[in-house]
Design a binder for this molecule. Structure first.
Ligand SMILES: Nc1nc2c(ncn2[C@@H]2O[C@H](COP(=O)(O)OP(=O)(O)OP(=O)(O)O)[C@@H](O)[C@H]2O)c(=O)[nH]1
Ligand SMILES: [Mg+2]
Length: 460
């Protein structure tokens, strides 16, 4: 990386402080052109802070603190200078502009972290964790991200990689067999070795997606007919008066999104427009958006006005959510007498077209049943188990690579148990090794890195 990059590292807008970051071989010389403190920056030792003026020619841009980190002991592994300025958008823009005019290039999204990865300061699981930590909305997400940032995932994979390399070495020893180098592992031993490696790795990987709700959170769409009480439920679950509630069907026209944390899981709730046949153009657009929200959601709350009893329209709405994970929410239970309660669930299930859906009775007005609804949602999203924060979670990319590794190990194990030639065994074992390496990013192709870092924002 022979060029020097610069970017604003703090969010644009007003704040007490705003940071402009420079990284690369010219970071120090560019910074010393702009920064005027008690000592010339270029002669200052690493890991020091300096107070001074940032100037563009004779124009004083700001009074700032410069942080100096010399290669290789910096975030990126290169020379890094960070200017902590007064955090106004205009100040930031001027300081950044001056850096660019002195020869820096505007950093791409995630480029600081990408350089850290390329310079060996972080592996890929750690680089991904930087993005996750910044995006964390719950304590669980923060803990999991911080753990992988500190190398927990790569640390756990290391012994697996060593076992794999060891087995591969024995298989390859069979291959270039020479008289005096008799390999010490029999074919049966190799098969056993692969088998136990496969089993241990499968345990580590866990069930597909089981723990994903902790890492990624869940998105829940609240849908149903107009006036069922969707917006009331949305507000009640958020504990705030966010959406407009009214006795008029068709109150909500647009989709509304808000975040919450339930038992440590980050939840995004989406309130939607009521679904019904209508000629009203705005309402139809609302219904269209509701259907879109439905397809993006991990879980759907199908809300009905329990006392109104199932009607043909309800089956139609139930039909739209048919192939989605759904919870049937019987709302307005405060209006229901005890006798009717008992038969109500069955009636909705049979006549409302929701026969195998789990059902929760609530009242958005009194708050009855809301805890039950939250727990049912978490249990359903967590594959039927009580939500329990996992020790570590692989993200979708890492999990995919681990599954490829497991598949290759499975082929190798089967091959080792039959008459498959050693060459073929070695091919499968090498594929398994590549899969493991890909998790931590060893030998990751440019396109993979592009895809990962494109999700970062500029300045990370
Ligand atoms: N008694 C009672 N009334 C409720 C309850 N939930 C909602 N309502 C009332 O039902 C009416 C409709 O509520 P909304 O929350 O606006 O319904 P909605 O499903 O969002 O309606 P649209 O946005 O028109 O699709 C309002 O008058 C609410 O006060 C409840 O649990 N009990
Ligand atoms: Mg509404």
């Amino acid at each position: 990386m022979d060029d020097t990059i610069a970017a604003v590292a703090t969010p644009l807008g007003s704040g007490g402080l705003g940071v402009v970051r420079l990284s690369g071989p010219k970071a120090l010389s560019i910074a010393s052109h702009l920064f005027h403190g008690s000592f010339p920056l270029e002669q200052c030792p690493t890991h020091t802070l300096h107070h001074g003026l940032l100037k563009d020619q004779d124009d004083v841009l700001d009074e700032a603190v410069a942080g100096l980190f010399r290669a290789p002991r910096s975030y990126t592994g290169e020379d890094v200078v960070e200017f902590s300025c007064h955090g106004g958008a205009h100040v930031m823009r001027r300081v950044l502009d001056s850096c660019l005019r002195k020869g820096a290039r505007l950093a791409d999204p995630g480029e600081f972290t990408r350089r850290a990865f390329l310079n060996g300061k972080l592996d890929l699981t750690q680089a991904e964790a930087v993005g996750d930590l910044i995006a964390a909305r719950s304590d669980a997400q923060r803990r999991l991200a911080l753990q992988s940032l500190r190398g927990a995932l790569s640390h756990q994979l290391r012994p697996f990689r060593e076992r794999l390399l060891n087995l591969l070495a024995h298989i390859e020893a069979h291959l270039d067999f020479v008289e005096d180098e008799v390999p010490d592992l029999s074919r049966a031993d190799i098969r056993k070795g692969i088998e136990s490696l496969e089993a241990d790795l499968a345990t580590l990987t866990g069930a597909p997606g089981r723990d994903r709700l902790w890492r990624e959170g869940i998105k829940i769409a609240i849908v149903g007919r107009p006036n069922a009480g969707k917006s009331s439920l949305f507000n009640a679950l958020l504990n705030e008066n966010r959406a407009i509630v009214a006795d008029v069907p068709g109150t909500t026209r647009d989709t509304l999104e808000e975040s919450a944390v339930w038992e440590g899981v980050a939840v995004t709730l989406v309130d939607t427009a009521g679904l019904r046949q209508t000629e009203d153009q705005i309402e139809r657009e609302g219904a269209h958006r509701a259907r879109e929200a439905l397809t993006e959601a991990d879980l759907v709350f199908l809300v009905v006005d329990a006392g109104a009893g199932p009607r043909a329209e309800d089956s139609a709405v139930a039909e739209t959510v048919r192939r989605r994970p759904v919870i049937l929410v019987l709302n307005k239970m405060d209006l229901i007498s005890t006798e009717v309660r008992r038969t109500l669930e069955n009636r909705w299930k049979t006549e409302g077209g929701c026969s195998d859906t789990s059902t929760v009775m609530v009242s958005a007005r009194t708050g009855e049943g809301l805890d039950d609804l939250r727990w049912t949602a978490l249990r359903q999203a967590g594959g039927g188990q009580e939500p329990q924060e996992p020790v570590q979670v692989f993200n979708a990319r890492q999990e995919q690579k681990l599954r490829e590794t497991l598949a290759a190990l499975g082929r190798a194990r089967a091959g080792a148990g039959s008459n498959v030639p050693e060459e073929n065994l070695a091919v499968d074992m090498r594929m398994a090794l590549e899969g493991l390496n890909a998790v931590t990013g060893q030998g990751a192709p440019e396109e993979v890195l592009d895809a990962i870092f494109a999700r970062f924002c500029v300045g990370k």
